[in-house]
Write a protein that binds this ligand. Sequence first.
Ligand code: PMP
Length: 438
Amino acid sequence: MTGPTAPPTAASAALFERARAVTPGGVNSPVRAFNAVGGTPRFIRSAAGAWLTDVDGNEYVDLICSWGPMLLGHAHPEVQAAVAAAVARGTSYGTPTEPEVELAEEIVARAPVEKVRFVSSGTEATMSAIRLARGFTGRDVVVKFAGCYHGHVDSLLASAGSGLATFALPGTPGVPESSTALTMVLPYNDRAAVEKAFAEHGDRIACLITEAAPGNMGVVPPEAGFNRFLAETCAQHGALFISDEVMTGFRASKQGQWGLDGAVEGWTPDLVTFGKVMGGGFPAAAFGGRADVMSRLAPDGPVYQAGTLSGNPIATTAGLTTLRLATDDVYAHIGAAADTIKTAAADELSKAGVAHVVQATGTMFSIFFMDTAVRDFDDASRTDSRAYAAFFHAMLDHGVYLPPSAYEAWFLSAAHDDRAVQTVLDALPVAARAAAAA
Ligand code: PMP
């Protein structure tokens, strides 16, 4: 039996045409454009719970969840009510407000940070954390890992230099060599590379920044003890350890990735960046950490950092309401739904004879279309993106909206109930066969 015919896309196609006339690529963030998988991106008109509705009236189970933020699902009634009440009181004052204090207290209670400063995007959070680390240590060099994405900060859009080059090259036109000349890019999960970098340049290294568990090359969990090793290596050399939890924070577990390793092993990062879930679907992000480091920030200290809409009352209200509702039950539910989908996907791909590896950290997971485990970016880049594109489109045709790229985590929410999960399970066999035929 074949599945339903492909859903109508005329209205999305018409909007995409108009969008392309006035916006580069027709989108405001590249991966939305389907360039990696082909086809017309769906323009979404509304969302509720686990479901998206596009402008042609098609419904999809959402496995993107706004790339992480929508932990409770879309249009959660309590979040909506809190936001509506906040909007009624005015949308931005440029003064301190109560919700930002409450959200900061909530974050400090859950995560390994003593103080936080709010910003409006994950990019701003990592950019500011790096400035603070440089200001605090008086050093310049930043270490990062290939395949870890920290937003579009110039110095972090860096590629490993070829051969013996120690320092990085610009990862995109528009970033000058001077911006990446102080960045070192190492292979993920590679202790020897970290030891060598610190042995050779330790006294110049201001910080090492890593995704707490990489999700931006697909999910590549840190090997056991790797984050602890990074924290200890930084400490030995007087560098700061920045754990980027923009994606994993309040998502991989109630306490983020740190809840899965640091809290168990007994170490803390010096600085942590947050975004996504803590903004409840609004533009809010943060960086935080040790009080002595954070007190170097203006106005307490000399390191400048600021933002007109930082700590915006609507965004902080949405984030606060989301985090307060993100109880143990929510994580248990998402974990169970993820397990059901992971198991079914692996079964169907096996039956169809498609090479695959399922990788996860806490409630976050992704599937690589290849037959060996992925421990770094070189491994991840061997995933079969043609097979993924075929799989993606078959899932989309059967009402499941996966990330339109083979290198992304799949996100679930508390609203992914039996009906939503069943829709995913029903789509998997056809999609697995489509991947086999690609
Ligand atoms: N860090 C990580 C780990 C991320 O996943 C992202 C976004 N995907 C960012 C930073 C940048 O966040 P934003 O897109 O809000 O600038």
